[in-house]
Design a protein around this ligand. Sequence first.
Ligand code: ATP
Ligand code: MG
Length: 274
Amino acid sequence: MDELSIASLDRIGYSYVEEGNPALRDISLEVRRGEWLALLGGNGSGKSTLAKHLNALLAPMQGACFISGMDSRDERNLWEIRKTISMVFQNPENQIVSTVVEDDTAFGPENLGLPPDEIENRVKKALDIAGLSDKAKSASYTLSGGQKQRLAIAGAIAMEPPCIVLDEPTAMLDPQGRGEVMALLEELHGHGITIIHITHRLEEIRKATRAVVLQAGRLIWDGLPEDLFKEPELTSWGLELPPIVSFWRRLRERGLCEDDVILTVEGLVNRLCR
Ligand SMILES: Nc1ncnc2c1ncn2[C@@H]1O[C@H](COP(=O)(O)OP(=O)(O)OP(=O)(O)O)[C@@H](O)[C@H]1O
Ligand SMILES: [Mg+2]
């Protein structure tokens, strides 16, 4: 394992039930520091099960999972693994633990047993990055869905982990909330945080540096997001093309567009009016 690797999965397998289909089969994956990895797949393909291996909520039944070199099967590593990789889940409501925004963000650092001024600094910084500084004293329940999810992300980054795993963080949000969360992911990536972003919305992978696809518990594709959009089999993997990309693919089939994927209305209009 090289030292740039933050997570290293070596042929892992996992089953919830003794008989029947395993949730994960023979998955090998190396996630390097600084990557923004989009983890895609249809319903039930194993995305959340894989995510739970990354912060040792589950241990592999076959193979091994190393986080910053620490074997997740060794219980003595759990604490350090969870400091290395923070998790953010789908439903922001379930992740808020305090009635006041800044107390909620302080929850993680307090559990780390940090001194009060260090906690205060971290909370300030995390709320600032999440764009919630002006809400620090507000009641958590008054926030919008997008703001609540940004609060959950602020709580995760206040732990100052090198890596954050987000399991469909936009699934329960309206378009505005989704936009806010995606902008925040870009900001985090700019701060050097490794991002593992689980989604089944292909329009959310544009800024990722790498994409992998799971199908029926297997890792079936690994490459650059722009190449994934060209993949002919995509829709049979339970993934839906954004309308613009679908349009671009049809035009490309007829020789009306070049090979470079077009992802925005603006880009398509520019191409067609040229
Ligand atoms: N607690 C559980 N007990 C039994 N089977 C489970 C459990 N959790 C998940 N599974 C099964 O394991 C497989 C993978 O599920 P997982 O939740 O990892 O998929 P997913 O890709 O996250 O799906 P979704 O897009 O619906 O979130 C599915 O077949 C699912 O039914
Ligand atoms: Mg899931």
